[in-house]
Design a protein. Structure first.
Length: 331
């Protein structure tokens, strides 16, 4: 037997279904309406005054204006970014705790025998902020003026030359190891605690090469204490248009970019992640932020969370292969 609702009953049923639908949407709507509800903390896992810190403060100021809450930068340096990343991995996943970091975050899983967190399960990607080339730099006193001449010089002096990096497991470290593999060079790695002391010894000739960033290297370049032979990106840098790429210099498969990216703790609500990513994209259109990036020769990106997730996955695979081949490990 078929039972037919009366018009009054049908109307009541439609009202109940509509009410249930509204209840189901309520948490999402509530979150988007209330987030952010307190100051946002951005951990920079490197010392104050460095390139990552300066960018975090510039972009944080704009995000604060867009989101209506203070954005507080908290420096937690140590272990090439691991200490600061661990603090975020263990933070509350409500969108109010963020990590602004660099390529070393993708390298760490490949070189550390034991990390206190998992880059796969303890973080969610928010946005790839910007990418920048490294500069292949040498002392001004070294008798070479092109990347090809440098390779020939190294091979004419086997086992006698070294390269500096800002630390074991950094992007410049692994980027140089990849160059060693591709070119057949035999440069010894000399790690430093930061780019400043490394550049001092590079200018003095105690080490013979270094992958630099423009911000750190600019004073030495301007004073003619070091010289730039190539850039590591796929295309020439707008900041140094006369300098060829490594790819142009005979190694077309070589492409290494530094980058800045924003992460949140895993299980941070999607609505909060989306709002944060949108605020990054908008902040990257502000002249002050663009000026800061240009000082690093960086190109603004402002990706979606999914685009950054895909990029980060490829970075991890790439650097794991380099670390394995070069046998780079940290206890």
């Amino acid at each position: 037997m078929t039972v037919t609702d009366s018009p009054k009953t049908s109307m009541l049923r439609r009202q109940l279904i509509a009410a249930a639908g509204c209840c189901a949407l309520a948490p999402s709507l509530s979150l988007s309406a209330s987030f952010p509800s307190k100051p946002i903390k951005v951990i920079v896992p490197f010392p104050a005054g460095g390139g990552t810190d300066v960018l975090a403060r510039a972009i944080g100021q704009r995000m604060s204006a867009l989101l209506g809450q203070p954005v507080i930068v908290d420096n937690k340096p140590g272990a090439n970014g691991v200490i600061g990343a661990d603090a975020i991995a263990k933070s509350e996943a409500d969108g109010h705790s963020l990590l602004l970091t660099i390529a070393s975050h993708a390298i760490a899983p490949a070189i550390y025998k034991k990390l206190p967190y998992s880059t796969d399960s303890d973080f969610v990607s928010v946005s790839l902020i910007a990418k920048y080339p490294y500069l292949f730099t040498v002392p001004a006193s070294l008798p070479v003026n092109t990347f090809q001449e440098f390779i020939a010089y190294v091979k004419a002096h086997p086992g006698k030359l070294s390269y500096a990096s800002s630390g074991t497991g950094s992007g410049p470290h692994l980027g140089m190891e990849l160059l060693n593999t591709l070119t057949g060079m035999d440069l010894m790695h000399v790690p430093y605690k930061g780019a400043a002391p490394a550049n001092n010894d590079l200018a003095g000739g105690q080490v013979h090469a270094m992958l630099n960033n423009l911000l750190a290297a600019a004073p030495m370049i301007r004073s003619n204490r070091i010289k730039v032979l190539a850039v590591t990106s796929a295309h020439r840098s707008k900041a140094l248009p006369a300098v060829p790429t490594v790819a142009e210099s005979g190694y077309p498969s070589y492409e290494v970019d530094g980058w800045y990216g924003l992460f949140a703790p895993a299980k941070t609500p999607d609505t909060a992640v989306a709002l944060l990513a949108d605020s990054v994209t908008k902040a990257l259109k502000v002249p002050e932020v663009l000026s800061r990036l240009s000082g690093d020769g960086a190109i603004p990106v402002g990706s979606s969370p999914k685009e950054f997730f895909d990029f980060f996955k490829v970075e991890k695979i790439k650097w794991a292969a380099v670390a394995h081949k070069a046998n780079v490990t940290v206890d």
